[in-house]
Design a protein around this ligand. Structure first.
Ligand SMILES: [Zn+2]
Length: 251
C-alpha cells in the first residue's frame, strides 16, 4: 500500500452508495486526481468537512488496487459561500468541469491552475470582482497556462503593436491591425477597441500577482466575455459544456 500526502481543492463529487463519494481533487502537484472518500457521508467521519465541495485541504491518501482512498484530511480553507448562491455555484461548476476536462502539460501547470482557481474562489467569496470578469480571466488564463496562449503582442502580419481598432481571431489565437484585416478579412474575427485589447493582454501576459488588478465594464466587458468563451471552447475542441449552458441561462 502506497501513502501520499497532497494539498488540493475538491472540485467535483459523485455519490457512491449510501455512505461514500468519489471526489475529483485539483492537486498542487499532479493535476486532477480521483479519490474515494469512504464513509464520508456518515456524521462520525473525521474528514467530512475537509472533503466537501470547494474545500481546500491537506489530504493523506492511500493507493490500493488502482485507486486512491482518503485516509485522513485537514481543511485549510473551505469556500462555503460559493455554494450558497445559484449563479456563483453554476460558474464554479463550469470551471470545475473545464478543469476536469483539461490536459495539464506538466506539474508546474498544476500549481498555477490551483492558484488561479483558489484566487477566483477568494474573489467570488469577497464579491469584489464582477463574475463576468472572473469568468474571462479564468478562461483566457487557463488556456494560456495549458499550452494555448494566444499571440496578443501585435498584428500577426505586420507586427504593429496597436491601432485604434484591432481584430481578434479566436480560431487562430492572433490579432490583426486595421490595414492587414482590411486587406484579408477573416471570417469570425472580432473587432476590439483599446480597452478590450489591454484586458486580453493583461490576462494573458501579466504576472500572477497583478492578474486580478484591473476592471472592465459595459460593452467592452461584453466583447471580452464573448471572445474568452469562444477561445476556450475552440481550443478545447468543444462546442459546449452543460455547466456553461446552465450558467448562461441564468444571466
Ligand atoms: Zn498589420
Amino acid at each position: 500500500m502506497q501513502l501520499t500526502t497532497v494539498s488540493g481543492l475538491v472540485i467535483r463529487e459523485r455519490q457512491s452508495g449510501d455512505n461514500d463519494k468519489f471526489l475529483d481533487i485539483l492537486t498542487e502537484t499532479d493535476g486532477v486526481v480521483e479519490v474515494m472518500a469512504k464513509g464520508v457521508k456518515k456524521y462520525t467521519c473525521p474528514f467530512a468537512a475537509a472533503s466537501q465541495l470547494y474545500a481546500y485541504s491537506r489530504f493523506c491518501l492511500s493507493y490500493r488496487r488502482g485507486r486512491y482512498y482518503i485516509d485522513s484530511a485537514e481543511p485549510v480553507k473551505i469556500f462555503y459561500s460559493v455554494r450558497e448562491e445559484l449563479e456563483r455555484f453554476s460558474l464554479v461548476s463550469y470551471f470545475s468541469e473545464v478543469i476536469s476536462f483539461c490536459q495539464f502539460p506538466d506539474k508546474e501547470n498544476s500549481r498555477d491552475i490551483l492558484r488561479l482557481f483558489l484566487n477566483i474562489l477568494h474573489y467570488l467569496t469577497e464579491g469584489t470582482r464582477e463574475m463576468s470578469l472572473l469568468k474571462s480571466i479564468f478562461e483566457l488564463r487557463l488556456m494560456s497556462e495549458t499550452g494555448h496562449m494566444p499571440d496578443v503582442v501585435g498584428c500577426s502580419v505586420c507586427r504593429q503593436y496597436q491601432t485604434d481598432k484591432m481584430y481578434f481571431s479566436a480560431a487562430k489565437g492572433n490579432l490583426y491591425c486595421e490595414n492587414c484585416y482590411s486587406a484579408h478579412p477573416e471570417h469570425g474575427a472580432v473587432c476590439i477597441g483599446p480597452s478590450v485589447l489591454h484586458a486580453v493582454r493583461h490576462i494573458v501576459l501579466t504576472d500572477f500577482d497583478r492578474l486580478f488588478n484591473f476592471k472592465l465594464s459595459g460593452d467592452s466587458m461584453t466583447v471580452l466575455s464573448d471572445i474568452s468563451e469562444q477561445y476556450l471552447l475552440i481550443h478545447l475542441g468543444r462546442s459546449r459544456f452543460k455547466t456553461l449552458d446552465f450558467y448562461n441561462s441564468l444571466c
